[in-house]
Design a protein. Structure first.
Ligand code: NDP
Length: 246
């Protein structure tokens, strides 16, 4: 192949998305980094280029559907192809369901679920033309087994699973696969401020007796987005150290 495969990673500025971006770049992809603030994306682009990789970035709020679709259209126009889409950007607004505000519900659904739909709709058109595509949606074990205090988040993450399976059915014949990865507890900014007793309780449930890292998630994303994974679609892979065995 003359030009490298183009991979879009949302939420690439830190945490899991950053780990995925670094890994895909190491595997020879041109990685398009997306999240809200340009500074960390520019730093990551430089880091990737210093290691001999190829990257570009677009600062975009994935909660703004028009802006997100525009950014993806821009990638297609600039690079002529989109091969890989990793819908990773996500937020939490935790609280018990009976006290949850409409705003906290809507914001999490928009950022964690609707954004993935919008990105897929824009990117899949380009993938279908190339008769190749790899879509990975970063869900959560909360979306598979539920989690008290996360009605909005678990609903969005479960929604991603239905979206993944439907896209897998709609686009499989065009060479486009769609899979979901459901991480368990991964050490990032998202989990950094959880109380110690919550962390201890979670650790008690993890069979391998350690928390996960962004690299643990990047490993499976690299596999699912590879050329050799064309017969795997519509799946949810739980990467949780044996916490749920879902
Ligand atoms: P972090 O909070 O560390 O990073 C979140 C990323 O998403 C950042 O790059 C952030 O960038 C970006 N982001 C957030 N909101 C938006 C937005 N509106 N538009 C664009 N980018 C946005 O989270 P993690 O790395 O831990 O999580 C990544 C994904 O993995 C999420 O979908 C999360 O739900 C999921 N996950 C995480 C688990 C964990 O234990 N950490 C467990 C299960 C699932 P910026 O703020 O600069 O925009």
């Amino acid at each position: 192949m003359t030009t490298p495969r183009v991979a879009i990673v949302t939420g690439a500025s830190r945490g899991i998305g950053k780990g995925v971006a670094l890994r895909l770049a190491r595997d020879g992809r041109h990685v398009v980094l997306m999240s809200r603030t340009a500074g960390p994306l520019a730093d990551l682009k430089s880091r990737i280029e210093q290691s001999g990789g190829s990257a570009s970035f677009k600062a975009v709020d994935v909660g703004d559907s028009a802006a997100l679709a525009g950014a993806i259209d821009g990638v297609a126009a600039e690079r002529g192809r989109i091969d890989i889409l990793v819908n990773n950007a996500g937020i939490t607004r935790d609280g018990l369901a009976l006290r949850m505000s409409d705003e906290d519900w809507a914001q999490v659904i928009q950022t964690n679920l609707t954004s993935a739909f919008v990105a897929i709709r824009a990117a899949a058109r380009v993938m279908m033309k190339g008769r190749f595509g790899r879509i990975v949606n970063i869900s959560s074990t909360s979306g598979v087994v539920g989690n008290a205090g996360q009605a909005n988040y678990a609903a969005a993450k479960a929604g991603l699973l239905g979206l993944t399976k439907t896209i897998a059915r709609e686009l499989g014949a065009k060479g486009v696969t769609a899979n979901a990865v459901a991480p368990g507890f991964i050490e990032t900014d998202m989990t950094a401020n959880l109380p110690d007793q919550v962390k201890e309780a979670v650790m008690g449930m993890i069979a391998v007796k350690r928390f996960g890292t962004p690299e643990d998630i990047a490993e499976i994303v690299a596999y699912l987005t590879g050329d050799g994974a064309g017969f795997i679609t519509g799946q949810t892979i739980c990467v949780d150290g044996g916490m749920t065995m879902c």
